[in-house]
Write a protein that binds this ligand. Structure first.
Ligand code: ATP
Ligand code: MG
Length: 443
């Protein structure tokens, strides 16, 4: 049986809801997708309560464009499913209903309570005080209080033109702050991912994190080690692939969270002068690409984040006498196998990540047909971008990146000339160079 959590601590005392005229805050049904409006309509006609809630209301209030519209209702998942033709109950941790119309999917969630109000069978918590399952249904007020931040607990009824605020959501949005509902320490213990959400949403919205909500994070990063790695992967994607990575990354470091997500890299961020600028630059570039609707792959940013750890490990293996290529391969294997225990990066990304790394050793070798072959490698473009990034971050590769830029732009004849020039200068240089010392010399 699950361990009950002491009531009282996690709940704010019930306060009178404040009802606000949505129009006064420039929120109108025109801002809401047609399908979401129809779903709310249908639920209300069937006698249920239905509201738009969470990120969409918040984003509208700060003048943003919501990426999706979530609905909260007092209808159970089964009741919701029975009302709509194309509706499916999904989720294990939270049972929610996906209602489809056209290509749009709207999430409909039943009001939930904090689990101490429901039966111990439906809600479970781990020994760390984390919520494992949270399927206890409740009313709108309990639903508001179990949400994470006040700004995420506003309920908009397009039919009544009203926003209901059970906490201090509207005031906090106006003060531009992320404030936890209830006691921050308890709420982070229940679900440590809330720490990442605080950082991500503050960076995305340009908000501050309210003092106590922020203070608690500094001491609680270690709780992330108890979160299932698959969930941390989903969250890591949101942190780095939502167009705000450049703001998120330094905040993760400031709160000491980065090292809990990426322990191997985190450990050497202060010692390695290239690591931090490399990741920061990759974050800037990723945001820029998203801004310009260019393709981004998580493989690239994860390759960058883990690269400093791979290089450090490779160096140690080389010092033990292992040649560069197998040393890099072993280092890659070692870093990835440790990383996936914390953030479960799936195989479909770890394979290209390794290829990007291995290509870093091949890019300097351009003699004969090598450069031509590399150019046709499916991972060439990512590996080349990776090289440019390393140079941007302060590594000196004697113009290697610029050489590859010219090589790609050149025609066949020019490419041949570039390669022979390389061989020419290579021969000249090798004549001047003293015979290479073998590692075993002098031992
Ligand atoms: P965005 O979609 O812009 O990333 P969001 O706030 O909409 O931000 P979702 O993950 O879509 O984030 O969650 C929808 C709503 O569910 C949130 O606004 C919040 O009210 C609630 N919520 C999400 N995650 C948690 C959590 N870990 N603990 C408590 N409430 C949560
Ligand atoms: Mg959302």
């Amino acid at each position: 049986m699950s361990k009950p959590i002491k009531p009282g601590k996690t709940r704010q005392s019930a306060i009178e809801p404040v009802r606000l005229r949505a129009r006064d805050y420039a929120v109108t049904p025109d801002d809401i997708s047609q399908s979401a409006l129809q779903i709310v309509d249908r639920l209300e006609q069937a006698g249920f309560q239905a509201y738009l809630v969470g990120g969409c209301v918040r984003d509208l209030l700060v003048g943003g464009h919501p990426k999706d519209f979530d609905i909260a209702t007092n209808a159970t998942p089964e009741e919701v499913r029975n009302l709509f033709r194309r509706a499916h109950i999904i989720g294990r941790r939270f049972r929610i209903v996906h209602v489809r119309s056209g290509r749009e999917i709207t999430e409909v969630t039943t009001f939930r309570a904090h689990h101490e109000e429901g039966s111990a069978v439906e809600a479970a918590s781990s020994e760390h005080g984390m919520l494992l399952r949270d399927n206890v249904y409740g009313d709108i007020e309990s639903d508001a209080l179990r949400r994470d931040f006040t700004m995420n607990a506003l309920y908009y009824s397009p039919l009544r033109g009203e926003i209901t605020d059970f906490t201090t959501g509207m005031a906090d949005i106006q003060a531009r702050q992320v404030k936890m509902i209830g006691d921050p320490v308890t709420r982070y213990q229940e679900d440590p991912v809330r720490m990442l959400r605080a950082v991500r949403l503050a960076s995305k919205l340009g908000f501050d994190i309210e003092e106590q909500t922020a203070e608690a994070i500094f001491d609680l990063g270690h709780l992330l080690a108890n979160v299932p790695p698959a969930r941390l992967f989903d969250e890591a994607l949101k942190l780095f692939m939502s167009g705000h990575a450049a703001a998120v990354y330094p905040e993760l470091r400031r709160f000491g969270l980065f090292s809990w997500l990426f322990p191997e890299t985190g450990e050497l961020l202060t010692a390695d002068p290239i690591a931090d600028p490399l990741i920061q630059q990759a974050a800037v570039n990723t945001d820029e690409r998203i801004q310009n609707d260019k393709r981004v792959t998580p493989a690239f940013i994860f390759a960058v984040i883990l690269w400093p750890a791979v290089v450090a490990r490779q160096k140690r293996l080389e010092e033990d006498g292992i040649p560069a290529v197998p040393a890099l391969q072993q280092a890659a294997q070692w870093v990835i196998s440790r990383q996936v225990q914390r953030v479960a990066i799936p195989k479909r990304f770890t394979i290209p990540i390794r290829e990007i790394w291995e290509m870093q050793l091949r890019l300097p070798r351009r003699n004969g047909t090598q450069a031509f072959r590399l150019l046709t490698h499916p991972r060439f473009r990512a590996a080349y971008d990776f090289l440019l990034l390393r140079e941007q971050a302060g590594e000196d590769h004697q113009g290697l990146g610029a050489w590859w830029t010219r090589f790609q732009e050149a025609d066949e004849g020019q490419r041949n000339a570039m390669v022979s020039e390389l061989q020419g200068s290579g021969r000249k240089r090798s004549r001047k160079r003293p015979p290479r010392k073998r590692k075993s010399d002098g031992q």
